[in-house]
Design a protein around this ligand. Structure first.
Ligand code: SAM
Length: 231
């Protein structure tokens, strides 16, 4: 990824919604995803659970939070929630948190928590533990724009059923409209009622994340999709 203001828009060899999306989502909604949970994420989840329980606070996940800038801002906006930013990259998290490969995967500042973990495993552990989120942010997930990478996008991944089960009001932001159109279709297939995809107006100062700022400063259009996942 380039500097602020110098970022290319997403290039893809896929025109429009992936032709295999419906079949892929239907298959994953039937369940059967059994990949073993990585030990480091299981340990990170245990540490997180011990830190936040018992508490009357609601739960907000900021999945793929990068450096955690959005997590810290959301924690101020929602002072009666635990706002948990999760990213697999210790290097990114270390920009705002005392997290490294060698140290604890968890960092806390009041109601903001940053956790180094793989969302694929963390979402499954949270589902097994019966978590119900109030909000779930997916801010500029990796687009995986190559046609053959459909299964790496969150709506094309076998963990999609677990993501849905965690509930809450989801907000997805991206600079690749196809990602949102596919998520919208996947949510409909799962019986949810997503909002229409809407363009977002941000400024350098109001950007919630570094990627949002970078894309905005590069003149790219940004979009948001919201959906209540419960029920
Ligand atoms: C494009 S960056 C966006 C970061 C941040 N949300 C922002 O907007 O600045 C995507 C982030 O998702 C993280 N990520 C990708 N797959 C992940 C996974 N399975 N579990 C946790 N984090 C993941 C990457 O490490 C990266 O920091």
């Amino acid at each position: 990824m380039g500097k602020v203001g110098n970022s290319r828009s997403v290039q893809s060899n896929q025109a429009g919604i992936h032709p295999d999306l419906d079949a892929c989502v239907r298959k994953h909604l039937k369940g059967g995803f059994r990949r073993p949970i990585a030990e480091h994420t299981a340990r990170a989840f245990d540490e997180l659970v011990q830190r936040i329980a018992p508490s009357s606070y609601g739960l907000i996940l900021d999945s793929g939070c990068g450096v955690g800038e959005s997590t810290l801002a959301l924690a101020q906006q929602y002072p009666n929630h635990w706002v948990i930013g999760v990213d697999q990259s210790a290097k990114r998290l270390a920009k705002n948190a005392e997290i490294s490969e060698a140290n604890s995967p968890l960092w806390q500042n009041e109601n903001a928590l940053l956790l180094r973990a793989d969302c694929v495993d963390l979402w499954r552990l949270a589902r097994r533990a019966g978590w119900q989120l109030d909000k779930h942010f997916l801010l500029y997930p990796n687009p995986w724009p190559k046609k053959r990478h459909l299964h790496r996008r969150w709506h094309g991944h076998p963990v999609f059923a677990d993501f849905l089960a965690l509930g809450g009001d989801m907000e997805l932001r991206s600079n690749w409209p196809t990602y949102l159109q596919e998520m919208q279709r996947a949510l409909e297939l799962a019986g949810r009622t997503p909002s229409a995809m809407e363009p977002m107006s941000v400024s350098e100062d109001t950007a919630l994340t570094p990627f949002e700022r970078k894309y905005h400063c590069s003149g790219q259009a940004l979009y948001r999709l919201c959906c209540t996942l419960d029920g």
